[in-house]
Design a protein around this ligand. Sequence first.
Ligand code: NAD
Length: 434
Amino acid sequence: MKIAMIGTGYVGLVSGVCFSDFGHEVTCVDKDPRKVDMLVGGKVPIYEPGLDVLMAKNVAAGRLSFTGDLKAAVDGADAVFIAVGTPTRRGDGHADLTYVMAAAEEIAEALSGYAVVVTKSTVPVGTNAKVREVIEKAAPGKDFDVASNPEFLREGAAIDDFMRPDRVVVGITSERAEKVMGEIYRPLFLREFPILYTDLETAEMIKYAANAFLATKITFINEIAGLCEKVGADVKQVSKGMGLDGRIGNKFLHAGPGYGGSCFPKDTQALARIGQDFAAPMQIVETVIKVNEEVKRRMIEKVMDLCEGSVNGKTVAVLGVTFKPNTDDMRDAPALTIVPALVGGGAKVRVVDPQGRREGEQLLPGVTWLEDAYAAVEGADVVVILTEWNEFRALDLPRLANSMNHARMADLRNVYSPVDAEAAGFEAYSCVGR
Ligand code: NAD
């Protein structure tokens, strides 16, 4: 199959590279010339483990290329995937579909023969139908179908998620489109990964419902963690005891500083807005959004409490700012709420993150960046573990404690335990739900 992938972000680039690895001929398009230059030069503009090697392999095999020229990429393609951003629209919480619709218009002009125009971006119910309208209006008479193919990959484990998905969801309206989509995903089908064909609206809904459910699960355990702290229970064991129940499952049950990232915050907000628009309020999701904000505020209080109520003049070392490990993505990371509150409270904040600095430098003004956890913590009054990168999971705690002005730790990912911290000589240790 000949595929054009519009957008080379976390989803578009990973999907494009993986499709080429399936044996398809893929051209990835981006309107950001800086990204295209990097990609043409063999560099990966984002941090995603394993992507550089897989990309180089498929470029060398002649199956994968990059361009800024959408028309050339779409010409003769069997399928054109839209994988552009759908951020929260300023002011009202809706998904901003400007990029999707602009891409659809450009694709319309460029279509040269029958093709399936596939939306991979996360979009509200009804968007694929609108994409069809936009194309029909911009270029009447063109031979095409639309399909909805939401993506479920996780940053940090994106290649494995794409290559070994729990399921592939494809919304279609014609047998012709089903055939093309079936051919594209055939390598997965042969390995018996389930492919679920639905109508367009159902496919669109599955993505929002799945993300909102996962955000709810995280928020549920975060709220339980708050109660555990009051009643003297240990949330880690509560999670374990709950998660061993096959009906519940152990994933997404780790208490922490609140969910963040490029999907859950914006997708929960968009789903809440869709519910309001259709007079079917998503009351659980609306509450989840509210509770998640409270969870983040509670983390700030934890750090303040460790410093006798104020961080003014204190040196705070923050380990990790990306929304989770193994990504450089800072979008809606809890750090963007917590770190500015510490800076605003008068703290001198030092930050270390293995991949977050490039993005974080613009988003977190007033902090000092360091390359190494031990250097950041030396002489500090409190250390905050905000993202559980492997680098921060096996720190020499006695060395840390010894080097600090005040040996205090806010372990917001429950990496260590009160016993570890006390044995290492920490004078105070605070974690989540224990
Ligand atoms: P991103 O912001 O990283 O990348 C989007 C890319 O599209 C950018 O490089 C941008 O320059 C490019 N672009 C925008 N308009 C274009 C156009 N007209 N022509 C060519 N290129 C264009 O976004 P992302 O994180 O990859 O997310 C893309 C979509 O996938 C979103 O809807 C998101 O909700 C969804 N999604 C994301 C993830 C994730 O983990 N990031 C997971 C599942 C689904």
